[in-house]
Design a protein around this ligand. Structure first.
Ligand SMILES: Nc1nc2c(ncn2[C@@H]2O[C@H](COP(=O)(O)OP(=O)(O)OP(=O)(O)O)[C@@H](O)[C@H]2O)c(=O)[nH]1
Ligand SMILES: [Mg+2]
Length: 187
């Protein structure tokens, strides 16, 4: 079985910890008092994946719930090492989040030569936020990336399914790169 290291990054207070807890089934209740993540928190669990033809598989996941505070920037290279994907979580109602997305994307995706397909943007809607499901006003190259809306109060299953599909695509990439590696050893 593959093991995937997935980073959860993005602006402070966007909901990375709430979402990570939900995806890893770490908690029954979502929400509660805000406690900024200090550095990083690693959640390990097994998850179902969905491939393009809706087939299930199981994957070992390490979800790295990172701090959104830039004071931890010096840790970023260590976080990025050997990661297989990134989820960038933001609140589409907050204009500073939209501006920050550029920095998160360039620091974690472009700079480490990750493929765009390994990156998923998550417009996370907290309770009481707007129900706007349109395209947030992101910079043009970011709006080409895969993006999903998350609302854990109204439709948690949609988020779970989207995460499983994303993991399915990550597994496919990992197995393709393993095959390439094996071929290069043989030939
Ligand atoms: N009820 C509810 N509360 C949420 C949800 N998402 C975030 N929150 C609340 O919003 C606040 C901030 O969420 P966090 O998940 O801690 O934010 P974060 O992105 O991890 O923030 P940093 O660790 O500082 O980068 C917390 O009080 C959460 O409980 C949600 O889907 N439902
Ligand atoms: Mg957090």
């Amino acid at each position: 079985m593959f093991k995937a290291k997935i980073l959860v990054i993005g602006p402070s207070e966007s909901g990375k910890t709430a979402l990570s807890d939900f995806l890893s089934d770490a908690t029954e209740t979502i929400g509660g008092e805000y406690r900024p993540t200090q550095g990083v928190r690693i959640l390990e669990f097994e998850s179902q994946t969905l491939d393009a033809s809706d087939k299930n598989a199981t994957l070992d996941v390490e979800l790295w719930d990172c701090a959104g505070d830039f004071k931890f920037e010096s840790c970023w290279p260590a976080l990025m090492r050997d990661s297989n994907g990134v989820l960038i979580v933001f609140n589409p109602d907050v204009s500073s989040h939209l501006r920050e997305m550029e920095t998160w994307h360039s620091s974690f995706v472009s700079s480490q030569g990750m493929q765009e397909s390994q990156c998923l943007l998550i417009a996370h809607h907290k309770p009481g936020s707007s129900a706007d499901r349109g395209h947030p006003a992101l910079a043009s190259h970011l709006s080409k990336l895969s993006m999903i809306h998350s609302n854990l109060e109204e439709d948690p299953e949609q988020m779970r399914q989207a995460f499983r599909r994303y993991l399915g695509s990550i597994v496919r990439m990992m197995s393709e790169s393993r095959e390439r590696e094996e071929m290069s050893i043989i030939t």
